[in-house]
Design a protein around this ligand. Sequence first.
Ligand code: GLY
Length: 449
Amino acid sequence: MGEKIAVIDSGGRGSALVRGYARSPRVESVLAIPGNDLMKIGQHKSVETFPTVKTTDVGAIVQICRDRKISFVDVAQDNAVERGLVDALQKAGILALGPRRIAGIIEWSKVFARSFGERHSLLQPEWHAFASENGAISHAESAQGKPMFIKADGLCEGKGAIPARNTTEAIGAIKEMKNFKNGAGRTFLVEDWMKNEDGTDGEEFSAFAISDGRNVAILGYAQDHKRANNFDEGANTGGTGCVSKPMVLTDDIKAEVYGIFERTITGLKSEKREYRGIIYLGGMLIREGGVLRPYVVEFNSRWGDPETQAILPGIKNDLFLMGAKAASGDLSRIKILHDGKIRVTVAGMSRGYPGDYSAARGKEIFGLERAMRLDGVEISGAGVKVVDGHYFANGGRLFYVTGEGRNAIEAREKAYSALAGISIEGNNLHYRTDIGWRDVERLNLARRA
Ligand code: GLY
């Protein structure tokens, strides 16, 4: 008899995790709570979903895991970490991968994260925290028009950091914070907008590691695109696609990134906030003295979405063994093995997302099954409803197409040739056509040289 495990998530990240755990010969079946309809398609192992259970319903999730004799739970969703699901599962004697609330706070309390960064000498921007809107506004007014970031101190569905290019935008952003849910926006964090020495913007990247509270191992790197439209324009979204791994990350930068993770895990332990689970560094590369240095933009207490869809297929380790070792405090001898391929993931979205996409809701999606059968392509579902073998749009980010190759050009060709065969009734499919553009440009420049 193999292991019965559970993944707590509903999106593309959860789909990639379910597929990854199902590959483990030790895993017999997977529960996805709440999961989504595409997770079950094409699986060779039993996958059960619970569409009506919310990731924040700690009591219901613990009960399901007890009833089904689940031996291991991957708590992949930040709001479940914030509600204390890992703590509750541990109390029930169930092995859970993810930080307890006391450590997961590094994601949702931006003020804690910045003061922690200061205590442990992490490279980060200048920051100021204010307990009142007026305090934050006075600070913005005194900054003489300098660009800044305004951040809410709490979980806000990826919308908690607002870029402000001048004082007027900064004041608008500070006032907007009042509308955030869950008490986010009661404390105002105002940060300098980090710039390269020549005044241009830095380059973002993300890095993912796993820790057992003492040891830390890097799982992978990615470069995410958050804006809805090509040229990194349009509204901010939860992520429209990414490349893994980005070429800009040299061995020297990766060594510095490892140092950031090490200091963070050791620092959390020293502050009695032992962190077990996946830790996500949102970073910014800033050129100083001619050298790119990785600054901490934020930490998240989970995998990224869509970065998981691009990184996980390349990890050759047994995901269940690795997760169980981290959760039980025993990662010391783990070595992460990669297949060496580059992957590009593109989000297939409802037209209008992240604004009004009601015209797409309920419309039929064509071509997904064919795309699932293509070599070198993986499809991860999110907002797709399956009824009698037909697929329907049921959300903003619907599915993700990951293409693999020897470099970003090949990987991107795979992803986009799969996407070319997918459509949504009424021309309602939207996706960006420039995911991974920086690396495609770097490769083309290198070829020309
Ligand atoms: N890709 C951004 C996130 O997962 O928050």
